[in-house]
Design a protein around this ligand. Structure first.
Ligand code: ADP
Ligand code: MG
Length: 244
């Protein structure tokens, strides 16, 4: 088996004059909990959107589990997507449907048989402590609960890689802690996690390996111990970077 679940080489993307990503390369190992850190506008969402196929890069290559994403071969792209879980930055749940219906719709996209999707939904609702919300309308849920539904939904297809774009931003500490615990447990069960954040605390608590992005460039990379070696705290390093 290959060592890397994801491999990115020389990825570049501009929006007009704005260089959102400037020649980015990095690899993620199977089983990693990989962090993408950076302030607003660093390029985090652009990078993640390229990975889940909604932004097309100007150049560069992406390889997920040995399959190249740039391929025009639809069967290949579908194969990659079937093994990915995606939690976008913006909440895109179906407001007027129940939590359960939101999960079922995704399971249909993945072609899960009815019995299996119902079983999987129940497992996920249980894992995310959402049992009593199964038949609640999404519109009636708090922000923290909605975020949990987003993550549960992304796991309906049992992906081996889950990509989350700032899944805890704007949440109360209690909700953030809850999501951290769930993501940690998933990772311990073998799911590779790629997650972006602008919270340093999150990076220190969760990430095994990380890159720090600033204005589309990787300014630091490695394990937290490498990054903070002989230096200040991650928080201070981050402040320094943001000043430049
Ligand atoms: P982050 O997620 O780290 O906050 P983004 O990837 O959203 O950063 O944005 C990186 C840069 O690209 C920003 O300067 C942003 O304004 C710009 N950008 C992102 N998406 C678009 C777009 N669709 N059109 C124009 N500019 C964009
Ligand atoms: Mg973003």
């Amino acid at each position: 088996m290959e060592e890397n679940i994801l491999s990115i080489k020389n990825l570049t993307k501009s929006f007009g004059e704005t260089a959102a990503l400037n020649n980015i390369s990095f690899n993620i190992n199977y089983g990693d909990f990989f962090g993408l850190i950076g302030p607003n506008g660093a390029g985090k969402s652009t990078l993640l959107k390229i990975l889940y196929g909604i932004v097309v890069p100007d150049s560069g290559t992406i390889n997920i589990k040995g399959l190249s994403f740039q391929s025009a071969d639809y069967t290949k792209i579908k194969k990659i997507k079937y093994d990915l879980g995606v939690v976008p930055q913006d909440d895109n749940l179906d407001e007027d449907l129940t939590v359960y219906e939101n999960l079922l719709i995704y399971s249909m996209y993945f072609g899960l048989p009815k019995k299996e999707s119902s079983k999987r939904s129940d497992e996920l609702l249980n894992f995310f402590n959402l049992n009593d919300k199964k038949f609640s309308k999404v519109a009636d849920l708090s922000g923290g609960l909605r975020r949990r539904v987003m993550i549960a939904r992304a796991l309906i297809n049992n992906p081996s890689l889950i990509i989350l774009d700032e899944p805890t931003s704007g949440l109360d500490p209690e909700y953030r802690q809850n999501i951290w615990n769930k993501l940690k447990a998933l990772n311990e069960n073998g799911v590779t996690v790629l997650m972006s954040t602008h919270y340093m605390e999150e990076a220190e608590k969760l990430f095994k390996n990380m890159i720090i992005l600033h204005r589309g460039n990787i300014v630091l990379r490695g394990k937290i111990s490498d990054i903070t070696l002989n230096k200040k705290s991650l928080e201070e390093i981050f402040l320094d970077i943001a000043k430049n």
